[in-house]
Design a protein around this ligand. Sequence first.
Ligand SMILES: [Zn+2]
Length: 408
Amino acid sequence: MIVLYVILIILVLEYVVGEVVDYLNLKHELKPISPELAEKFTFSLRKKMHLYHVANYRTGFFHSLFSLVVILTLLFSFGFGEIDSYIRKFVEHEVMVSVVFFAVIGIAASILSLPWQVFNVFYIENRFGFNRQSVKLFFVDKLKGLLLTALIGGFLLTLITYIYYQFPDNFWWLAWVIFAAFSLFMTMFYSSIIVPLFNKQKPLEDGSLRTKIEEVAKRANFKLENVFVIDGSKRSSKSNAYFTGLGAKKRIVLYDTLINDLEEDEIMAVLSHEIGHYRKKHIIINLITGVLQTGFILFLFDFIASYEALYVAIGAEKPSFHLGLLVFGFLFTPLSIIISLAMNYWSRKAEYQADGFAATLGYKNQLKSSLIKLTDKNLSNINPHPIYVFMHYSHPPLNNRLQNLDKN
Ligand SMILES: [Zn+2]
């Protein structure tokens, strides 16, 4: 039973800390901002931003509470053990029991989270003028996502579970090799295989923007053919840009909304920032840290999974891969939070580096104005609480980015 109480403490603590930090963040937004920001963001705009964040905070609060109650109920009523026993009435093969178990949990989790997502997209995002999705597109996306997870996730899961039972002595490193190969494959081909299932990506159209980009790309040693425009506007009016892929498969993706919202020189600034990610090798560093992390997690799981107490705690008939992984997932929460803090810290550093790179290409002021415009358009928080930033932000807050750019 001790395992169950440890999980209870971990989950409740995670929830309480998360909620307190969310609340602090919401209140912090109302505190005074720097004169430079106050000049750019009017009172009515700040009020609209705050209302948007209040709406998200409220739904987040109830959604987290709902999830916590569902998980604790399942744990303390031995629900996970019951689901396992029930599946075993119909399925004999251990590997198949694991696959069916995760399918049942996955489908149940998607169904339970669906009303929250519908509310978010069709009520909150609609109310603030962000949503561009029809109900049909939303559900077609969901269906595609589910099929894709079933196909890719199902395949990976079957393979890993098979190794777990067939080669228990070499499990962790064999699974690691498979995951590493899969991450590398996904980093390379995500944009050309997965993204086209949901979006259209087109090369930049001819025109003055293309000519300008050609010039900068040459200066920064980046191939123009790797710059794409994606039709993000079919789902949301929010704008974005990102860098992805490795080697010949690398690409910079600009949202069509970004191209509409910004002046040409500001688009150039954003593009230079993305080239900065490439030149500073951020993708490859992310890939390597991700692979190392997976190895560490698999090793730890392998080490812990043999403890009978894990399975007794959730009312299982006998040890199994899926229930071991489930309990391990709960127990691992504190470590996974620490890992995500470190990853966010590193990611914020990388953003400063990419901003610095754009400044060296001569786009310092244009990057500043584009960051301000995007914050305005996307109703981002211009005054987040430092603890919230430390825990959740992969990008530094606007004010810090502006200050950092001024130093360049
Ligand atoms: Zn960036």
